[in-house]
Ligand binder design. Structure first.
Ligand code: NAD
Length: 491
Protein backbone atom coordinates (compact mmCIF):
# COMPACT_ATOMS: atom_id res chain seq x y z
CA UNK A 1 0.00 0.00 0.00
CA UNK A 2 1.44 3.38 -1.03
CA UNK A 3 2.03 5.94 1.73
CA UNK A 4 2.31 9.73 1.96
CA UNK A 5 6.11 9.32 2.12
CA UNK A 6 6.01 7.56 -1.26
CA UNK A 7 4.23 10.42 -3.01
CA UNK A 8 5.26 13.64 -1.29
CA UNK A 9 8.51 13.91 -3.31
CA UNK A 10 6.58 14.41 -6.57
CA UNK A 11 6.23 18.14 -5.93
CA UNK A 12 8.98 20.73 -5.50
CA UNK A 13 9.24 22.53 -2.16
CA UNK A 14 8.67 25.81 -3.96
CA UNK A 15 7.42 27.02 -7.36
CA UNK A 16 8.49 30.42 -8.67
CA UNK A 17 6.41 32.28 -11.25
CA UNK A 18 6.99 31.53 -14.93
CA UNK A 19 7.38 34.67 -17.02
CA UNK A 20 9.04 35.13 -20.41
CA UNK A 21 10.63 31.70 -20.29
CA UNK A 22 12.22 32.37 -16.87
CA UNK A 23 11.41 31.12 -13.39
CA UNK A 24 11.13 34.32 -11.34
CA UNK A 25 10.50 34.81 -7.66
CA UNK A 26 7.78 37.43 -7.62
CA UNK A 27 8.01 40.98 -6.36
CA UNK A 28 7.62 40.99 -2.60
CA UNK A 29 8.48 37.46 -1.48
CA UNK A 30 4.92 36.50 -0.54
CA UNK A 31 4.07 32.82 -0.97
CA UNK A 32 1.06 30.56 -1.25
CA UNK A 33 1.17 27.44 0.90
CA UNK A 34 -0.38 24.19 -0.33
CA UNK A 35 -1.36 21.74 2.39
CA UNK A 36 -2.38 18.19 1.57
CA UNK A 37 -6.13 18.01 2.23
CA UNK A 38 -5.82 14.40 3.40
CA UNK A 39 -3.38 14.96 6.27
CA UNK A 40 -2.80 18.69 6.69
CA UNK A 41 0.92 18.48 5.86
CA UNK A 42 2.48 21.32 3.92
CA UNK A 43 3.44 19.91 0.52
CA UNK A 44 4.68 22.94 -1.37
CA UNK A 45 4.71 26.72 -1.65
CA UNK A 46 4.43 29.05 -4.64
CA UNK A 47 5.52 32.61 -5.31
CA UNK A 48 2.76 35.22 -5.40
CA UNK A 49 2.75 37.63 -8.32
CA UNK A 50 2.69 41.38 -7.81
CA UNK A 51 0.93 43.73 -10.20
CA UNK A 52 4.32 44.37 -11.86
CA UNK A 53 4.74 40.61 -12.40
CA UNK A 54 1.33 40.46 -14.10
CA UNK A 55 2.36 43.42 -16.29
CA UNK A 56 5.63 41.67 -17.13
CA UNK A 57 3.84 38.42 -18.02
CA UNK A 58 1.41 40.18 -20.34
CA UNK A 59 4.18 42.22 -21.93
CA UNK A 60 6.24 39.07 -22.49
CA UNK A 61 3.23 37.44 -24.13
CA UNK A 62 2.81 40.37 -26.52
CA UNK A 63 6.50 40.33 -27.35
CA UNK A 64 6.29 36.64 -28.21
CA UNK A 65 3.04 36.92 -30.16
CA UNK A 66 4.16 38.35 -33.54
CA UNK A 67 6.49 35.39 -34.08
CA UNK A 68 4.26 32.79 -32.47
CA UNK A 69 1.27 33.68 -34.62
CA UNK A 70 3.43 33.18 -37.70
CA UNK A 71 4.56 29.70 -36.70
CA UNK A 72 3.21 27.37 -39.38
CA UNK A 73 0.29 25.09 -38.73
CA UNK A 74 2.58 22.14 -39.29
CA UNK A 75 5.08 23.36 -36.70
CA UNK A 76 2.42 24.15 -34.10
CA UNK A 77 0.91 20.73 -34.73
CA UNK A 78 4.28 19.12 -34.02
CA UNK A 79 4.75 21.12 -30.81
CA UNK A 80 1.30 20.10 -29.55
CA UNK A 81 2.08 16.46 -30.24
CA UNK A 82 5.32 16.77 -28.30
CA UNK A 83 3.40 18.24 -25.36
CA UNK A 84 1.09 15.23 -25.53
CA UNK A 85 4.04 12.85 -25.44
CA UNK A 86 5.55 14.59 -22.42
CA UNK A 87 2.30 14.46 -20.42
CA UNK A 88 1.47 10.95 -21.50
CA UNK A 89 4.87 9.68 -20.39
CA UNK A 90 4.24 10.90 -16.82
CA UNK A 91 0.55 10.31 -16.21
CA UNK A 92 1.13 8.68 -12.85
CA UNK A 93 3.44 11.48 -11.74
CA UNK A 94 0.91 14.18 -12.60
CA UNK A 95 -1.87 12.17 -10.97
CA UNK A 96 0.10 11.99 -7.73
CA UNK A 97 0.77 15.73 -7.86
CA UNK A 98 -2.93 16.38 -8.35
CA UNK A 99 -3.78 14.06 -5.46
CA UNK A 100 -1.53 16.04 -3.11
CA UNK A 101 -2.78 19.32 -4.54
CA UNK A 102 -6.53 18.62 -4.34
CA UNK A 103 -7.02 15.54 -2.14
CA UNK A 104 -8.54 13.40 -4.90
CA UNK A 105 -7.50 9.77 -5.37
CA UNK A 106 -4.49 9.04 -7.57
CA UNK A 107 -6.50 6.37 -9.39
CA UNK A 108 -9.22 8.91 -10.25
CA UNK A 109 -6.70 11.60 -11.16
CA UNK A 110 -5.05 9.32 -13.73
CA UNK A 111 -8.23 9.55 -15.83
CA UNK A 112 -8.08 13.32 -15.72
CA UNK A 113 -4.46 13.21 -16.87
CA UNK A 114 -5.38 10.98 -19.82
CA UNK A 115 -8.11 13.39 -20.88
CA UNK A 116 -5.81 16.37 -20.30
CA UNK A 117 -3.06 14.86 -22.47
CA UNK A 118 -5.55 14.10 -25.22
CA UNK A 119 -6.43 17.80 -25.60
CA UNK A 120 -3.14 18.37 -27.39
CA UNK A 121 -3.39 15.83 -30.24
CA UNK A 122 -7.09 16.67 -30.53
CA UNK A 123 -6.47 20.38 -31.09
CA UNK A 124 -3.38 19.60 -33.19
CA UNK A 125 -5.72 17.73 -35.56
CA UNK A 126 -8.37 20.44 -35.44
CA UNK A 127 -5.82 23.09 -36.32
CA UNK A 128 -4.59 21.13 -39.37
CA UNK A 129 -8.13 20.90 -40.72
CA UNK A 130 -9.22 24.39 -39.76
CA UNK A 131 -9.29 25.87 -43.22
CA UNK A 132 -9.93 29.47 -44.12
CA UNK A 133 -12.53 30.39 -46.76
CA UNK A 134 -12.92 32.21 -50.00
CA UNK A 135 -16.15 33.67 -51.37
CA UNK A 136 -17.02 35.23 -54.75
CA UNK A 137 -19.60 37.96 -53.97
CA UNK A 138 -19.36 39.45 -57.53
CA UNK A 139 -17.80 38.07 -60.68
CA UNK A 140 -14.83 40.41 -60.27
CA UNK A 141 -14.36 40.19 -56.48
CA UNK A 142 -12.81 37.49 -54.35
CA UNK A 143 -13.09 37.73 -50.56
CA UNK A 144 -10.63 35.77 -48.48
CA UNK A 145 -12.04 35.01 -45.05
CA UNK A 146 -9.11 34.22 -42.79
CA UNK A 147 -8.83 33.34 -39.16
CA UNK A 148 -6.52 35.26 -36.87
CA UNK A 149 -5.53 34.56 -33.27
CA UNK A 150 -7.06 36.92 -30.69
CA UNK A 151 -3.69 37.82 -29.14
CA UNK A 152 -3.04 37.30 -25.44
CA UNK A 153 -5.43 35.08 -23.51
CA UNK A 154 -5.99 35.45 -19.77
CA UNK A 155 -6.76 31.89 -18.64
CA UNK A 156 -8.12 31.52 -15.11
CA UNK A 157 -8.70 28.07 -13.63
CA UNK A 158 -10.44 26.60 -10.53
CA UNK A 159 -9.07 24.45 -7.72
CA UNK A 160 -11.05 21.27 -8.34
CA UNK A 161 -9.35 20.08 -11.55
CA UNK A 162 -6.49 22.50 -12.19
CA UNK A 163 -4.34 20.32 -14.45
CA UNK A 164 -7.03 19.31 -16.89
CA UNK A 165 -8.51 22.80 -16.90
CA UNK A 166 -5.10 24.25 -17.78
CA UNK A 167 -4.87 21.73 -20.64
CA UNK A 168 -8.40 22.59 -21.83
CA UNK A 169 -7.29 26.20 -22.21
CA UNK A 170 -3.67 25.90 -23.31
CA UNK A 171 -4.26 23.38 -26.13
CA UNK A 172 -6.84 25.39 -28.12
CA UNK A 173 -5.28 28.77 -27.29
CA UNK A 174 -1.86 27.67 -28.56
CA UNK A 175 -3.33 25.81 -31.53
CA UNK A 176 -5.03 29.02 -32.64
CA UNK A 177 -1.74 30.98 -32.38
CA UNK A 178 -2.29 32.88 -29.14
CA UNK A 179 -0.01 33.53 -26.22
CA UNK A 180 -1.33 32.81 -22.72
CA UNK A 181 -1.11 34.16 -19.20
CA UNK A 182 -2.38 31.41 -16.91
CA UNK A 183 -3.67 32.15 -13.38
CA UNK A 184 -4.33 28.90 -11.50
CA UNK A 185 -6.38 28.78 -8.30
CA UNK A 186 -4.45 29.96 -5.25
CA UNK A 187 -5.54 26.78 -3.41
CA UNK A 188 -4.01 24.34 -5.90
CA UNK A 189 -1.16 25.79 -7.98
CA UNK A 190 1.17 22.75 -7.88
CA UNK A 191 -0.10 20.70 -10.82
CA UNK A 192 -0.17 23.65 -13.23
CA UNK A 193 3.43 24.43 -12.30
CA UNK A 194 4.45 20.79 -12.84
CA UNK A 195 2.79 20.90 -16.25
CA UNK A 196 4.67 24.05 -17.23
CA UNK A 197 7.96 22.62 -15.94
CA UNK A 198 7.44 19.65 -18.22
CA UNK A 199 6.61 21.53 -21.40
CA UNK A 200 8.42 24.89 -21.01
CA UNK A 201 11.33 24.04 -23.31
CA UNK A 202 8.93 23.15 -26.15
CA UNK A 203 7.60 26.72 -26.41
CA UNK A 204 9.36 30.01 -27.21
CA UNK A 205 9.78 32.34 -24.18
CA UNK A 206 6.67 34.39 -23.45
CA UNK A 207 4.20 32.12 -25.27
CA UNK A 208 2.97 30.71 -21.95
CA UNK A 209 3.36 32.55 -18.64
CA UNK A 210 2.04 31.64 -15.21
CA UNK A 211 1.19 34.06 -12.42
CA UNK A 212 0.02 32.67 -9.09
CA UNK A 213 -1.94 34.40 -6.38
CA UNK A 214 -5.41 35.17 -5.08
CA UNK A 215 -8.28 35.81 -7.45
CA UNK A 216 -9.20 39.09 -5.79
CA UNK A 217 -5.75 40.51 -6.56
CA UNK A 218 -3.78 38.64 -9.22
CA UNK A 219 -6.92 37.32 -10.95
CA UNK A 220 -8.52 40.74 -10.99
CA UNK A 221 -5.33 42.34 -12.40
CA UNK A 222 -5.44 39.82 -15.24
CA UNK A 223 -9.13 40.62 -15.89
CA UNK A 224 -8.61 44.37 -15.92
CA UNK A 225 -5.35 44.53 -17.82
CA UNK A 226 -5.68 46.29 -21.18
CA UNK A 227 -3.19 43.82 -22.69
CA UNK A 228 -5.54 40.85 -22.29
CA UNK A 229 -7.62 40.44 -25.45
CA UNK A 230 -9.57 37.29 -24.54
CA UNK A 231 -10.66 35.80 -21.21
CA UNK A 232 -11.04 32.09 -20.76
CA UNK A 233 -12.46 31.40 -17.33
CA UNK A 234 -13.49 28.27 -15.46
CA UNK A 235 -14.88 28.65 -11.96
CA UNK A 236 -17.95 29.66 -10.03
CA UNK A 237 -20.92 31.47 -11.53
CA UNK A 238 -20.41 34.27 -9.03
CA UNK A 239 -16.86 35.05 -10.19
CA UNK A 240 -17.93 34.31 -13.77
CA UNK A 241 -20.17 37.38 -13.61
CA UNK A 242 -17.17 39.50 -12.60
CA UNK A 243 -15.23 38.07 -15.54
CA UNK A 244 -18.15 38.79 -17.87
CA UNK A 245 -18.31 42.40 -16.65
CA UNK A 246 -14.57 42.86 -17.16
CA UNK A 247 -14.86 41.50 -20.70
CA UNK A 248 -17.82 43.77 -21.45
CA UNK A 249 -15.94 46.77 -20.10
CA UNK A 250 -13.01 46.12 -22.42
CA UNK A 251 -15.16 44.76 -25.27
CA UNK A 252 -13.24 41.52 -25.53
CA UNK A 253 -14.57 37.96 -25.82
CA UNK A 254 -14.92 35.75 -22.77
CA UNK A 255 -15.73 32.08 -22.46
CA UNK A 256 -17.23 31.20 -19.11
CA UNK A 257 -17.32 27.61 -17.81
CA UNK A 258 -19.27 27.91 -14.57
CA UNK A 259 -21.12 26.02 -11.88
CA UNK A 260 -23.67 23.23 -12.15
CA UNK A 261 -26.40 21.32 -10.37
CA UNK A 262 -26.86 18.50 -12.84
CA UNK A 263 -29.68 15.97 -12.68
CA UNK A 264 -29.53 12.26 -13.42
CA UNK A 265 -33.02 11.01 -14.32
CA UNK A 266 -33.86 7.36 -13.61
CA UNK A 267 -37.10 5.98 -15.07
CA UNK A 268 -39.12 3.12 -13.67
CA UNK A 269 -38.77 1.16 -16.91
CA UNK A 270 -35.08 0.32 -16.41
CA UNK A 271 -34.81 -3.39 -17.25
CA UNK A 272 -34.11 -5.63 -14.27
CA UNK A 273 -30.73 -6.70 -15.66
CA UNK A 274 -29.70 -3.03 -15.94
CA UNK A 275 -30.77 -2.00 -12.44
CA UNK A 276 -27.29 -2.61 -10.98
CA UNK A 277 -25.74 -0.45 -13.73
CA UNK A 278 -28.23 2.30 -13.00
CA UNK A 279 -27.27 2.32 -9.33
CA UNK A 280 -23.54 2.21 -10.14
CA UNK A 281 -24.10 5.12 -12.47
CA UNK A 282 -25.84 7.18 -9.78
CA UNK A 283 -22.94 6.49 -7.40
CA UNK A 284 -20.16 7.19 -9.89
CA UNK A 285 -21.75 10.36 -11.19
CA UNK A 286 -21.57 12.06 -7.80
CA UNK A 287 -18.87 10.38 -5.73
CA UNK A 288 -16.03 10.63 -8.23
CA UNK A 289 -13.81 13.52 -7.08
CA UNK A 290 -15.76 13.39 -3.79
CA UNK A 291 -18.48 15.38 -5.50
CA UNK A 292 -16.10 18.22 -6.41
CA UNK A 293 -16.80 18.26 -10.13
CA UNK A 294 -18.80 20.84 -12.03
CA UNK A 295 -20.91 18.45 -14.11
CA UNK A 296 -21.41 15.71 -11.51
CA UNK A 297 -25.04 14.73 -11.06
CA UNK A 298 -25.75 16.04 -7.58
CA UNK A 299 -29.49 15.65 -8.10
CA UNK A 300 -30.87 12.18 -8.72
CA UNK A 301 -34.45 12.17 -9.98
CA UNK A 302 -36.16 8.77 -9.64
CA UNK A 303 -39.60 7.78 -10.92
CA UNK A 304 -42.09 7.00 -8.15
CA UNK A 305 -42.40 3.32 -9.13
CA UNK A 306 -38.66 2.79 -8.57
CA UNK A 307 -37.96 5.36 -5.88
CA UNK A 308 -37.75 3.36 -2.64
CA UNK A 309 -35.83 0.50 -4.18
CA UNK A 310 -33.35 2.83 -5.88
CA UNK A 311 -32.70 4.86 -2.71
CA UNK A 312 -32.11 1.69 -0.69
CA UNK A 313 -29.70 0.26 -3.30
CA UNK A 314 -27.85 3.57 -3.61
CA UNK A 315 -27.47 3.77 0.16
CA UNK A 316 -26.05 0.25 0.23
CA UNK A 317 -23.23 1.30 -2.10
CA UNK A 318 -22.66 4.67 -0.40
CA UNK A 319 -22.30 3.01 3.01
CA UNK A 320 -19.68 0.58 1.69
CA UNK A 321 -17.82 3.15 -0.41
CA UNK A 322 -14.15 3.13 0.53
CA UNK A 323 -13.00 6.54 1.68
CA UNK A 324 -9.23 6.56 1.88
CA UNK A 325 -5.99 8.42 1.61
CA UNK A 326 -5.60 9.64 -1.98
CA UNK A 327 -2.45 7.60 -2.54
CA UNK A 328 -3.97 4.28 -1.36
CA UNK A 329 -4.69 2.05 -4.34
CA UNK A 330 -8.03 0.83 -3.01
CA UNK A 331 -9.37 4.27 -2.04
CA UNK A 332 -12.55 5.06 -3.95
CA UNK A 333 -12.96 8.59 -2.61
CA UNK A 334 -10.47 11.07 -1.21
CA UNK A 335 -10.63 14.36 0.67
CA UNK A 336 -12.30 17.75 0.37
CA UNK A 337 -9.85 20.24 -1.09
CA UNK A 338 -9.75 22.87 1.68
CA UNK A 339 -11.20 23.62 5.10
CA UNK A 340 -13.68 26.41 4.43
CA UNK A 341 -15.10 24.40 1.54
CA UNK A 342 -15.57 21.40 3.82
CA UNK A 343 -17.37 23.67 6.30
CA UNK A 344 -19.61 24.93 3.50
CA UNK A 345 -20.57 21.33 2.59
CA UNK A 346 -21.35 20.53 6.23
CA UNK A 347 -23.46 23.71 6.35
CA UNK A 348 -25.51 22.45 3.40
CA UNK A 349 -26.01 19.12 5.16
CA UNK A 350 -27.36 21.00 8.19
CA UNK A 351 -29.67 23.03 5.97
CA UNK A 352 -31.05 19.85 4.36
CA UNK A 353 -31.90 18.46 7.78
CA UNK A 354 -33.42 21.78 8.89
CA UNK A 355 -35.57 22.00 5.76
CA UNK A 356 -36.97 18.51 6.38
CA UNK A 357 -35.14 16.29 3.90
CA UNK A 358 -34.52 12.71 5.10
CA UNK A 359 -30.85 11.96 5.78
CA UNK A 360 -30.48 8.38 4.54
CA UNK A 361 -26.77 7.92 5.15
CA UNK A 362 -23.60 9.88 5.85
CA UNK A 363 -23.90 13.51 6.86
CA UNK A 364 -20.76 13.86 8.97
CA UNK A 365 -17.14 14.78 8.83
CA UNK A 366 -14.99 11.68 9.27
CA UNK A 367 -12.80 12.20 12.31
CA UNK A 368 -11.58 8.71 13.21
CA UNK A 369 -7.84 8.15 12.66
CA UNK A 370 -6.27 8.25 10.09
CA UNK A 371 -8.81 10.77 8.80
CA UNK A 372 -8.66 13.10 11.80
CA UNK A 373 -5.92 15.32 10.38
CA UNK A 374 -7.58 15.62 7.00
CA UNK A 375 -10.79 16.92 5.45
CA UNK A 376 -13.13 14.00 4.79
CA UNK A 377 -16.91 13.81 4.62
CA UNK A 378 -19.01 10.67 4.53
CA UNK A 379 -20.80 9.88 1.26
CA UNK A 380 -24.20 11.41 1.98
CA UNK A 381 -27.72 10.84 0.62
CA UNK A 382 -30.79 12.95 1.22
CA UNK A 383 -34.14 11.46 0.18
CA UNK A 384 -37.67 12.91 0.17
CA UNK A 385 -36.18 16.14 -1.14
CA UNK A 386 -38.30 18.95 -2.51
CA UNK A 387 -36.83 20.65 -5.57
CA UNK A 388 -37.14 24.05 -3.88
CA UNK A 389 -34.90 23.16 -0.94
CA UNK A 390 -31.48 24.79 -0.82
CA UNK A 391 -29.75 21.41 -1.12
CA UNK A 392 -31.62 20.85 -4.39
CA UNK A 393 -30.98 24.30 -5.81
CA UNK A 394 -27.47 25.35 -4.78
CA UNK A 395 -24.16 23.87 -5.83
CA UNK A 396 -22.86 21.93 -2.79
CA UNK A 397 -19.76 20.60 -4.58
CA UNK A 398 -19.23 17.70 -2.18
CA UNK A 399 -20.15 14.01 -1.75
CA UNK A 400 -23.79 14.83 -1.14
CA UNK A 401 -26.62 13.76 -3.41
CA UNK A 402 -30.30 14.65 -3.18
CA UNK A 403 -32.84 12.13 -4.44
CA UNK A 404 -36.10 13.62 -5.73
CA UNK A 405 -39.24 11.67 -6.68
CA UNK A 406 -41.12 12.33 -9.94
CA UNK A 407 -44.09 10.92 -11.78
CA UNK A 408 -43.76 10.59 -15.56
CA UNK A 409 -41.64 12.10 -18.27
CA UNK A 410 -43.07 15.60 -18.15
CA UNK A 411 -42.45 16.06 -14.45
CA UNK A 412 -38.94 14.63 -14.77
CA UNK A 413 -38.04 17.30 -17.33
CA UNK A 414 -39.74 20.03 -15.34
CA UNK A 415 -37.76 19.20 -12.16
CA UNK A 416 -34.50 18.75 -14.07
CA UNK A 417 -34.98 22.20 -15.57
CA UNK A 418 -35.91 23.74 -12.22
CA UNK A 419 -32.40 25.13 -11.79
CA UNK A 420 -30.50 28.28 -12.64
CA UNK A 421 -27.75 25.99 -13.89
CA UNK A 422 -27.61 24.00 -17.12
CA UNK A 423 -24.30 22.18 -17.31
CA UNK A 424 -24.69 18.39 -17.46
CA UNK A 425 -27.16 15.62 -16.81
CA UNK A 426 -28.14 12.05 -17.53
CA UNK A 427 -31.07 9.84 -18.40
CA UNK A 428 -31.43 6.15 -17.57
CA UNK A 429 -34.31 4.32 -19.21
CA UNK A 430 -35.18 1.09 -21.00
CA UNK A 431 -36.97 3.15 -23.66
CA UNK A 432 -34.40 4.76 -25.92
CA UNK A 433 -36.90 7.01 -27.70
CA UNK A 434 -38.01 8.40 -24.35
CA UNK A 435 -34.40 8.85 -23.22
CA UNK A 436 -33.63 10.86 -26.37
CA UNK A 437 -36.78 12.99 -25.95
CA UNK A 438 -35.79 13.78 -22.40
CA UNK A 439 -32.15 14.44 -23.34
CA UNK A 440 -33.41 16.96 -25.88
CA UNK A 441 -35.81 18.59 -23.44
CA UNK A 442 -33.41 19.24 -20.57
CA UNK A 443 -31.70 22.60 -20.92
CA UNK A 444 -28.07 21.58 -20.34
CA UNK A 445 -24.88 21.52 -22.37
CA UNK A 446 -24.28 17.77 -22.06
CA UNK A 447 -26.48 14.75 -21.30
CA UNK A 448 -25.40 11.11 -20.96
CA UNK A 449 -27.86 8.32 -21.77
CA UNK A 450 -27.62 5.04 -19.85
CA UNK A 451 -24.05 5.54 -18.76
CA UNK A 452 -21.54 7.17 -16.47
CA UNK A 453 -20.33 10.67 -17.06
CA UNK A 454 -17.27 11.17 -19.23
CA UNK A 455 -15.95 14.10 -21.26
CA UNK A 456 -13.44 12.89 -23.84
CA UNK A 457 -12.00 15.39 -26.33
CA UNK A 458 -14.40 15.92 -29.19
CA UNK A 459 -17.52 16.29 -27.02
CA UNK A 460 -18.48 19.96 -26.81
CA UNK A 461 -18.51 20.92 -23.14
CA UNK A 462 -20.13 23.99 -21.63
CA UNK A 463 -23.20 25.37 -20.02
CA UNK A 464 -26.68 26.60 -20.75
CA UNK A 465 -28.19 29.26 -18.48
CA UNK A 466 -25.96 30.35 -15.57
CA UNK A 467 -23.52 27.52 -16.24
CA UNK A 468 -21.73 29.59 -18.80
CA UNK A 469 -21.12 30.82 -22.30
CA UNK A 470 -19.04 29.05 -24.94
CA UNK A 471 -17.79 25.51 -25.46
CA UNK A 472 -14.50 23.82 -24.69
CA UNK A 473 -13.22 20.40 -25.67
CA UNK A 474 -14.57 20.67 -29.23
CA UNK A 475 -13.46 21.87 -32.65
CA UNK A 476 -15.53 25.08 -32.38
CA UNK A 477 -13.42 26.02 -29.34
CA UNK A 478 -10.85 27.32 -31.83
CA UNK A 479 -13.46 29.87 -32.93
CA UNK A 480 -13.46 31.28 -29.39
CA UNK A 481 -9.70 31.70 -29.58
CA UNK A 482 -9.61 33.38 -32.98
CA UNK A 483 -11.41 36.02 -34.98
CA UNK A 484 -12.27 36.29 -38.65
CA UNK A 485 -10.84 38.83 -41.03
CA UNK A 486 -12.04 39.34 -44.59
CA UNK A 487 -9.61 40.48 -47.24
CA UNK A 488 -11.55 41.74 -50.29
CA UNK A 489 -9.72 41.34 -53.52
CA UNK A 490 -11.16 43.10 -56.57
CA UNK A 491 -9.82 41.35 -59.65
P1 NAD B 1 -13.88 30.45 -8.17
O1 NAD B 1 -14.81 31.14 -9.08
O2 NAD B 1 -13.88 30.82 -6.75
O3 NAD B 1 -12.37 30.64 -8.67
C1 NAD B 1 -11.98 30.28 -9.97
C2 NAD B 1 -10.73 31.04 -10.33
O4 NAD B 1 -11.03 32.43 -10.37
C3 NAD B 1 -9.58 30.90 -9.33
O5 NAD B 1 -8.35 30.88 -10.02
C4 NAD B 1 -9.72 32.15 -8.50
O6 NAD B 1 -8.50 32.54 -7.89
C5 NAD B 1 -10.12 33.15 -9.57
N1 NAD B 1 -10.80 34.35 -9.09
C6 NAD B 1 -11.56 34.52 -7.97
N2 NAD B 1 -11.98 35.81 -7.89
C7 NAD B 1 -11.50 36.44 -8.98
C8 NAD B 1 -11.59 37.77 -9.47
N3 NAD B 1 -12.26 38.73 -8.83
N4 NAD B 1 -10.98 38.08 -10.63
C9 NAD B 1 -10.31 37.13 -11.33
N5 NAD B 1 -10.15 35.86 -10.91
C10 NAD B 1 -10.76 35.52 -9.75
O7 NAD B 1 -14.15 28.90 -8.38
P2 NAD B 1 -13.48 27.70 -7.59
O8 NAD B 1 -14.05 27.67 -6.22
O9 NAD B 1 -12.00 27.74 -7.76
O10 NAD B 1 -13.98 26.44 -8.43
C11 NAD B 1 -15.19 25.79 -8.20
C12 NAD B 1 -16.23 26.27 -9.17
O11 NAD B 1 -15.77 26.06 -10.50
C13 NAD B 1 -17.52 25.50 -9.07
O12 NAD B 1 -18.60 26.41 -9.17
C14 NAD B 1 -17.49 24.59 -10.28
O13 NAD B 1 -18.75 24.17 -10.73
C15 NAD B 1 -16.79 25.43 -11.27
N6 NAD B 1 -16.19 24.63 -12.33
C16 NAD B 1 -16.75 24.69 -13.57
C17 NAD B 1 -16.23 23.90 -14.59
C18 NAD B 1 -16.82 23.94 -15.97
O14 NAD B 1 -16.16 23.49 -16.90
N7 NAD B 1 -18.02 24.47 -16.15
C19 NAD B 1 -15.15 23.06 -14.35
C20 NAD B 1 -14.60 23.03 -13.07
C21 NAD B 1 -15.13 23.83 -12.06
Amino acid sequence: MATFEDVKGVVDDYYPLYINGQWVHGGDGERLTVTCPANGEVVTTAAVATKEDVDAAIMAAWQAWPKWRQVSQQERYTILLKIYERINAKLQHFAMVEALNCGKTVSGAVWEMLFAADQFPYFASVLRTHEDGISRPYHNVRSLVVREPVGVVGAITPWNAPFIMAAWKLAPALAAGNCVVLKPSSFTPASSMELIKEIADLLPPGVVNVVNGKGSTVGQWVLDHPGITKLSFTGSTEVGRTVGHAAAEKIIPATLELGGKSAGIYFGDIPEEKFGDAVACGVQNILMLAGQGCSLQSRILVEDTLYDRYVEALAGVFRGFKVGMPWEEDAQMGAIAYKSHMESILGYIDSGIEQGARLVCGGHRITDPPFDKGLFIEPTIFADVDSKMRIAQEEIFGPVVVVIKFHGEEEAVQIANDSVYGLGGGVFSGDLAKAIRVAEAVRTGTVTINGALSNPAGGAFGGFKESGIGRENYKTTLDHFSQLKTIHFPL
